[in-house]
Every structure is written in structure tokens, then in C-alpha cells.
Design a protein around this ligand. Structure first.
Ligand code: AQP
Length: 339
């Protein structure tokens, strides 16, 4: 394969719910503000991953379109990056099988998300799909198909990227140097935005209890209400300190405020003598951060053909990039190339 002049970046998000402030601060904002300009960047709505849990087909379709529209509204620019839907590029599923043949059952079962989601599915009386176990193999394929150097993700995905590194190294050792070994990058602050009502658990878009989750398309007054009702920690109401262990609720608000205003959570804490003032400023900062995105989203919704055209062109480029490497992987493991 020819040498590439620029570093390659790949990242994605799954259409399992409406995008949240966690998705934005943990991942999307960096894609928009930095990654698309400094590297050859590919971003994907990874819809196959949404099938690993019970889902409504029409909703997945709707959320896939909405996620792509929101990514463009957030500022992904097709002149600077490639945006596509995972299932439009067959190479992901093709390579996923080889990753399953590279990974062990034990390392898949060790994944924290597998354990958490298995518990969630079982609690809801639903069966656990085999794809929930093998999901990290597909994620590894998503990343490795493009010769990715960097994977900008929130903290919760670090373990999966580590596994991807292990699989790339193992594959290369067994069959020859086919894959680039990628590394995860994380944001300076807000790598793990917590649920506002339960600051010990991650703000996740597929969670059933929504009062502690800020969605990117929430109306400003809804955002304000959610932030003002955030759980703060017991202790003197005037004692605003940045301590993720003993004050997770306040620390979460400070992380969000810092991410939205560009400050440091610890330094910002010193400027507050009440939880109420901290909540008010955090709510204002979130509303202002999301305002332009919401406005652009409304414009794009009026022109769905534009989003479809971006996705079509994105899938075409992604296919061209992925195919040679996936073909090389197929050949390397001993599969006879078609004549
Ligand atoms: N709370 C978060 N804080 C920081 N980053 C986050 N990300 C997700 N939640 C947070 C990052 O956003 C990118 C896309 O996320 P995803 O679609 O893989 O996962 P999700 O939004 O967490 O969706 P689910 O369906 O609710 O998944 P689970 O149940 O697994 O949490 C990733 O870079 C992610 O790190």
C-alpha cells in the first residue's frame, strides 16, 4: 500500500438514541474543531452496532439520519473530512469476521461494556445477542480497515481501542504487516460526562432514565431545567470543590462548564461559593454551546437531499480506502482471491 502523507483518524457513534452532551464534549467537538483539519479524518454513524441490542428498525433508520445531520450541524465539513454510514461500506462486516478469528472468547468477555449491557438486557428480561459479545471485533474492523493512526473517543471507549491495538499487533505478527496500530486520543476535559441525576454513571444516549441527560436537540429551557436539577453532593452548599471521587456531581458540572468555556475545572471551582451559581453558569454555557448547532440542524433538516449526497460521496470514498486493506487481510490469512 502506498505511503500516506497525512495521519489518518477514524471515529464513530452509534444510532442507539439521540445524541447527548456527552457525545459532543467527549468526541464530536474535537472532530469538528481539530481532527478534520489536521488529518485525513473519517467519521461514521456506526449503525451495525445499534443492532447489538433490541431495537426498532424504523427508529434506527431515523436516528441514523438524525445523527448524520447533527454531525454536519455541529460543523463536520465534507470538504475536510469523510462522513458515511457504516452499513454502506461492506468492508466493515467483511473485516469483522477476520477480527473474530483473531480475538479470543476470553478477551471479549472481559469488556466492561459487555458486562454492563448484558446486565441491562437481562434486567429488562431480554436475551443477550451474540453480537453484543463480538461488537468489539466489529469496532476493531471499523478502525483497522482505514489504516487509522488515531481514534478520538471518550473515556468509555478506551478499552475497546486497546483491544483493537492488541488485535492489530496479533494479526500482523501472525500474517504479516497489514494493519496500522492505532491509539485512542481523549479530550482535555469532559472525557467522561456523567449523568446529571446520577453522577456515578455515564451520560449515555440509550439510557432509559432521561432526566439527567442533556440531548443536543433539547430546547434551551429543557437544558436549563435539567442542569438546575442536577444532583449535587452532600456537604456545605457553599463548598464548591473539584473532587471527582468525593464530589462527583459538582465535579461533573465543573467539567461541563470547563469544556464549554475553555477553563480548568479546578480553577473555575475557586470562583463559586454556591452550587446554585455554578448550576446557573453551567446551564448558560451549555445553552450557548448548543445554540449554533441547533440552528444549523434546523436548516439542514429543511434540505435532506444535502445530507444524503454527503453520505453517498462519503461511502464511496470510504469503500475505496478500505477495500485494498481488507483484501490484503483476506489474502494474508490464506483465503484464495477471486480470479
Ligand atoms: N458521557 C460521555 N462522556 C464523554 N464521551 C462520551 N461518549 C459517549 N458518551 C460519553 C463518546 O461519544 C462517542 C460515541 O459514543 P457511542 O455512540 O459509542 O456511545 P453512547 O453515546 O454511550 O451510546 P449508548 O448506546 O448509550 O452506549 P453505552 O450504553 O455503551 O454507553 C464515543 O467516542 C464515546 O466515547
Amino acid at each position: 500500500m502506498a505511503e500516506r502523507p497525512r495521519r489518518r483518524i477514524f471515529s464513530g457513534l452509534k444510532p442507539t438514541g439521540h445524541l447527548t452532551l456527552g457525545n459532543y464534549l467527549g468526541a464530536v467537538r474535537r472532530w469538528v474543531e481539530e481532527d478534520q483539519y489536521r488529518a485525513d479524518a473519517l467519521f461514521s454513524v456506526v449503525d451495525l452496532h445499534a443492532l447489538t441490542v433490541e431495537h426498532d428498525p424504523a427508529r434506527v433508520r431515523r436516528l441514523t439520519r438524525q445523527a448524520a445531520t447533527l454531525l454536519l450541524a455541529a460543523g463536520l465539513d465534507p470538504a475536510h473530512c469523510t462522513l458515511f454510514v457504516q452499513s454502506h461500506v461492506d468492508e466493515h462486516a467483511r473485516l469483522s469476521y477476520l477480527m473474530e478469528c483473531t480475538a479470543s472468547d476470553g478477551e471479549m468477555r472481559r469488556m466492561i461494556q459487555y458486562k454492563e449491557k448484558t446486565a441491562r438486557e437481562t434486567d429488562h428480561g431480554r436475551g443477550v445477542r451474540l453480537s453484543l459479545l463480538t461488537y468489539p471485533a466489529l469496532m476493531a474492523a471499523d478502525i483497522l480497515a482505514y489504516g487509522t493512526d488515531e481514534v478520538p473517543v471518550g473515556e468509555d471507549q478506551t478499552q475497546h481501542v486497546e483491544l483493537t491495538r492488541d488485535l492489530a499487533l496479533r494479526f500482523n505478527q501472525r500474517y504479516g504487516p497489514v494493519f496500522t496500530v492505532p491509539r485512542a486520543t481523549r479530550p482535555r476535559v469532559a472525557a467522561r460526562v456523567m449523568d446529571l441525576r446520577d453522577p456515578t454513571s455515564k451520560m449515555g444516549k440509550s439510557h432509559a432514565e432521561t432526566s439527567g441527560i442533556v440531548y443536543l436537540l433539547d430546547e434551551p429551557d429543557v437544558v436549563r431545567r435539567k442542569v438546575m436539577r442536577a444532583t449535587t453532593d452532600s456537604g456545605a452548599a457553599g463548598d464548591v470543590r473539584y473532587d471527582r471521587e468525593s464530589r462527583p456531581g459538582v465535579a461533573n458540572l465543573l467539567d461541563i462548564l470547563a469544556a464549554c468555556t475553555g477553563g480548568e475545572p479546578g480553577t473555575l471551582a475557586a470562583g463559586y461559593s454556591s452550587y446554585g451559581a455554578l448550576k446557573k453558569d453551567t446551564a448558560d454555557a451549555v445553552v450557548e454551546t448548543l445554540r449554533p448547532l441547533r440552528a444549523r440542524h434546523a436548516l439542514l433538516c429543511a434540505d435532506p437531499g444535502q445530507v444524503e449526497a454527503v453520505l453517498r460521496a462519503g461511502a464511496e470514498r470510504a469503500r475505496e480506502l478500505a477495500r485494498p486493506r481488507v483484501d490484503a487481510a483476506y489474502a494474508a490469512v490464506g483465503l484464495l482471491p477471486p480470479g
